[in-house]
Design a binder for this molecule. Structure first.
Ligand SMILES: Cc1cc2nc3c(=O)[nH]c(=O)nc-3n(C[C@H](O)[C@H](O)[C@H](O)COP(=O)(O)OP(=O)(O)OC[C@H]3O[C@@H](n4cnc5c(N)ncnc54)[C@H](O)[C@@H]3O)c2cc1C
Length: 430
């Protein structure tokens, strides 16, 4: 059986714009144009955080790997990420329970927790200098009704064995000086510089023999026991398996019906007086619509983001940057009046989401030996780590029933959760 797949041509400029603040002190991996056709056991298409994690993990498992990117690794969506490494998923446990039942929802949350723990261990064990810091999270209710939802969410999390405490307004205000109705305070998340992490992981893979090549993969042909990748340079890469780690620039297959593309905006302030930060420098997530989140950086800035909307046109997204920056800044000031809100960096990027808040990981239907690693949503990086582990296990011949929770063809809540304005991939970013 032979199957073909065309890949789209959207470049980094269509994915991200503005000025993000990452990767200032890092060594960029050596990246060379493809010069001839060759073969490898696994071809990973994409050298962002997902391709880097997959490449690192597969090379550690002993596979011969090539990572292919048509632009400089890391400067796609990865450079736009605010890199909060959270186990709390975009969908609450309550929502996931509604879609999939308690046991499956609890299993998904625990696996997300294990992914953050695994990523933290990988960074520590290899001494990766990427501004990594373990952080607690503060998940804030938007109002009284939100407070009631949060209490139920915390009770459900307790039943699932997940850590954290529910804080009512007086405790929240006394402990954190944050004036909101309630919050869930949880341990075991983290933050990092996503570009430094990506480059370090690619270096680790390269030291184990992984090739890093510059080429645009224009089409894939899955034939018999291998896949051939066509490149724009005319050279072919033949691989036993291909992993699509192309971020939000996705191939032209009909994407699962639970997926959509939107845009997200973020800013970084000038460095703050560290004495003026909130307790623990916790990662903050406010459950408003649109949501607001905040973290701090190693050089004492506040990074804040949100204001997501359904914009898919890159020019329109960029035009909205000043107004979105202003909106985020105002919300940040209301939440944390001590902030010095002078903005030094503001940026935006394409953002992929799924209706259930879960990633798309595993075999691409109708394309034998082609796997996808699309770690979408606010937990993109956590899910990229999960994707690397799952794909490593799949290529080693292991199967676990829970892999189906993240399958591209899973039955999810569908698009009704998103309401109007839904788009399908494979066309809008071309
Ligand atoms: C504003 C914003 C804030 C975010 N905040 C967070 C956060 O706090 N925490 C979190 O976990 N996630 C966050 N995310 C999500 C996270 O950034 C993404 O999930 C993650 O960066 C995706 O990485 P990736 O490697 O899959 O994609 P990318 O970084 O986009 O890399 C894909 C690479 O594939 C290459 N490519 C594509 N097609 C081809 C082809 N045909 N041939 C060759 N190369 C190709 C591209 O050039 C690109 O370099 C955020 C995203 C945005 C936009």
């Amino acid at each position: 059986m032979a199957s073909d797949l065309d890949l789209n041509e959207s470049d980094h400029d269509q994915m991200v714009s503005g000025r993000s603040l990452w990767g200032k002190s890092g060594l960029r991996p050596q990246w060379r144009p493809i010069e001839q056709s060759f073969s490898a056991e696994v071809a990973v298409i994409g050298g962002g955080i997902t391709g880097a994690l997959v490449g690192e993990h597969l090379s550690a498992r002993g596979f011969s790997v090539v990572i292919i990117d048509r632009e400089e690794p890391g400067f796609g969506s990865t450079s736009a990420s605010t890199a909060m490494l959270q186990w709390e998923i975009d969908s609450t446990l309550t929502e996931l329970e509604e879609y999939y039942g308690f046991e499956r929802a609890a299993g998904i949350y625990r696996r997300s927790g294990a992914a953050v723990a695994g990523l933290s261990k990988l960074i520590a064990a290899n001494g990766i200098a990427c501004g990594f810091r373990p952080r607690n999270t503060l998940y804030l209710a938007a109002n009284q009704e939100g407070a009631r939802d949060l209490l139920e969410e915390r009770q459900l999390r307790r039943r699932a064995g997940l850590p954290g405490v529910y804080l009512e307004h007086p405790d929240l205000f006394t402990q954190f000086e944050i004036d909101r109705d309630a919050a869930i305070f949880s341990p075991s998340s983290a933050e990092c510089d996503p570009l430094l992490l990506t480059w370090a992981l690619i270096e680790m893979a390269v030291r184990r023999g992984t090739r890093l090549v510059k080429a645009s993969v224009t089409a894939l042909h899955s034939e018999g026991d291998h896949v051939t990748a066509e490149t724009d340079a005319g050279h072919l890469i033949e691989a036993r398996h291909v992993v699509l780690a192309t971020g939000y620039s996705m191939p032209g297959f009909d994407m699962p019906k639970l997926h959509r593309v939107s845009s997200s905006w973020a800013l970084a302030t000038v460095p703050q007086d560290p004495a003026h930060f909130w307790r623990d420098r916790a990662l903050i997530w406010e459950d408003t619509h649109p949501y607001l989140y905040m973290r701090t950086t190693a050089d004492n800035r506040i990074v804040a983001g949100g204001e997501d909307d359904g914009t898919t046109d890159p020019e329109m997204r960029d035009r909205k940057l000043p107004a979105k920056t202003m909106a985020i800044r105002e919300k940040m000031k209301r939440l944390w009046p001590k902030a010095d809100t002078r903005v030094e960096h503001a940026w935006c990027g394409t953002f992929g989401e799924t209706a259930d808040g879960l990633p798309l990981i595993g075999p691409v239907p109708e394309m034998p030996h082609v796997l996808a690693a699309y770690g979408y949503g606010g937990n993109g990086i956590t899910f990229s780590y999960l994707a690397a582990q799952m794909i490593g296990a799949m290529l080693a011949g292991m199967h676990r029933d829970w892999f189906e929770d993240f399958a591209l063809d899973r039955e999810g809540p569908g698009l009704r959760r998103f309401g109007e304005g839904v788009v399908r991939m494979g066309s809008e970013l071309r």
